[in-house]
Design a protein around this ligand. Structure first.
Ligand code: SAM
Length: 190
């Protein structure tokens, strides 16, 4: 069974190291998020990416997580930032709860390695994306590094590519993010 992030460690999702090595706004822009997009932050955690995403886009952002506790923190951050375009929603493991073709851009940041049935999740992501919508996946490189989960719990870039391209997506870009992360962007095939 995949290893799940411990909610008690939520302070690890926003700290000095992360702000230096995984800058939220710069990462979102480099992965291709634009003001014209509507967005779903799948497994949003405390909203580390949700809040800057809502400041970039002119449309709706869905903050989706299976944990109420995480979503409560997103709500607090959203109010503190004075944002009116974020909707938080408690989801089920393979049910993102938003209608078909809801968003043009989805983010799956440090979540895919926690999902047991990855194919099922990717099918669900395909359902919520608009035609030619994009999904950006951020993951730890598959090596042992000082920070992050053990190598055995990580998923490599080639495996992510294989999973998405087998499910009606094409890869449009990939990025190295700092020294320990990579980002891969896929688009729903026309
Ligand atoms: C390591 S945290 C990453 C949080 C956030 N994406 C970030 O990078 O700051 C993983 C998050 O994914 C959520 N999660 C795990 N499985 C999920 C699923 N099937 N659907 C939605 N959220 C999920 C967890 O509750 C947790 O908040």
């Amino acid at each position: 069974m995949a290893h799940k992030f411990n909610i008690k460690s939520k302070s690890k999702l926003d700290n000095e190291w992360r702000r230096e090595n995984l800058q939220s706004e710069a990462t979102l822009l480099s992965l291709g998020l634009t003001p014209e997009d509507s967005m779903a932050d799948i497994g949003c955690g405390i909203g580390y990416f949700t809040i800057p995403a809502a400041q970039i886009v002119n449309n709706q952002v869905f903050a989706l997580d299976t944990s109420e506790e995480m979503l409560e923190e997103v709500n607090q951050r959203m109010v503190a930032a004075g944002l009116a375009n974020v909707t938080t929603l408690k989801t089920d493991e393979y049910d993102l709860k938003i209608p078909i073709e809801s968003v043009s851009f989805a983010l799956l940041a440090l979540v895919l390695h926690e999902i047991d049935d990855k194919k099922r999740m990717i099918t669900e992501i395909h359902r919520i994306l608009k035609p030619e919508g994009r999904i950006a996946v951020i993951e730890w490189i598959k090596e042992d590094t000082e920070m992050g989960p053990p190598c055995a719990h990580r998923i490599g870039k080639e495996d992510v590519d294989a999973l998405f391209t087998a499910e009606k997506f094409e890869r449009i870009d990939s990025k190295k993010i700092a020294t320990v992360f990579y980002g891969s962007i896929f688009r729903v095939k026309a």
